[in-house]
Design a protein around this ligand. Structure first.
Ligand SMILES: *Cc1c(COP(=O)(O)O)cnc(C)c1O
Length: 233
């Protein structure tokens, strides 16, 4: 990897500039809602970006990162973490049950708890590793057939199952339908969290994180606005 000390001034200042801009947006949106920007965790989604692209953000002082594939994260984060203490790694999106043990070993927070079989697999992996990590329940907020996430009606039962299995659930997570106004979906997720006595809300991406923060997001997951575009998969 490129060590932070080897970064060019341009790379470092561009990363610092993008980070400051997103932080400003979060601060503005939080203020409108009577909250503090510092109370919102900005998760920099570094999927598809290599260690050299991530290093400038670490050098700019950022510590919370997110990935959506276990294997990809295994390939870059152990070294990056060794170089910088205090990194917090989030897994966002779908998780296959057969990757539960690897996910528990590598990540600090999981944002994709969405079905009973995954609760079982994660509880087993956490017990085996003697390591407990909080898991947001991902809700299929737009009831989209092709999308992951727990059905809205099934959230209370999944929450109860997770708690019975000893898994801490800090809140709910969603990805609203693409190309639709996201605010009603964010508001619905916030209401569901309240109804279930949960305070965490993982919602908002590059295009809509300010709206999400105004509607109560505690965690925003921002990739493109921090790293630039991703190559097509
Ligand atoms: C990729 C991804 C993001 C970040 O998306 P951007 O639009 O690049 O900010 C957020 N959440 C999840 C679940 C993702 O997969």
């Amino acid at each position: 990897m490129t060590a932070p000390s080897q970064l060019s001034d341009t790379e470092s200042s561009e990363a610092a500039g993008r980070l400051a801009k997103v932080r400003e947006g979060i601060g503005r949106a939080a203020a409108l809602a009577g909250r503090k920007g510092d109370d919102v965790t900005l998760i920099a989604i570094s999927k598809t970006h290599d260690a050299a692209a991530i290093a400038p953000l670490i050098a700019a002082g950022h510590r919370a990162f997110g990935e959506n594939r276990v294997q990809e994260a295994q390939g870059k984060w152990p070294q990056l973490r060794e170089a910088t203490p205090g990194i917090e790694l989030h897994l966002v999106g779908q998780l296959q049950s057969n990757k539960a043990a690897d996910a528990v070993a590598l990540f600090d927070v999981i944002h994709g708890l969405d079905r009973p079989s995954l609760v079982t697999a994660l509880a087993k992996a956490m017990n085996a590793a003697d390591r407990r990590i909080p898991c947001f329940i991902q809700v299929n907020i737009g009831a989209e057939e092709q999308k992951g996430g727990c059905a809205i009606a099934d959230v209370p039962a999944l929450l109860a199952q997770a708690r019975d299995a000893g898994i801490e659930v800090p809140g709910l997570m969603c990805v609203p339908p693409a190309d639709l106004e996201p605010a009603p979906y964010f508001a619905l997720l916030a209401k569901m969290a309240r109804d279930n006595g949960l305070t965490g809300l993982s919602m908002g991406m590059s295009g809509d994180y300010e709206t999400a923060v105004m509607l109560g997001a505690t965690h925003v997951r921002v990739g493109t606005a921090l790293f630039g575009g991703r190559p097509p998969l």
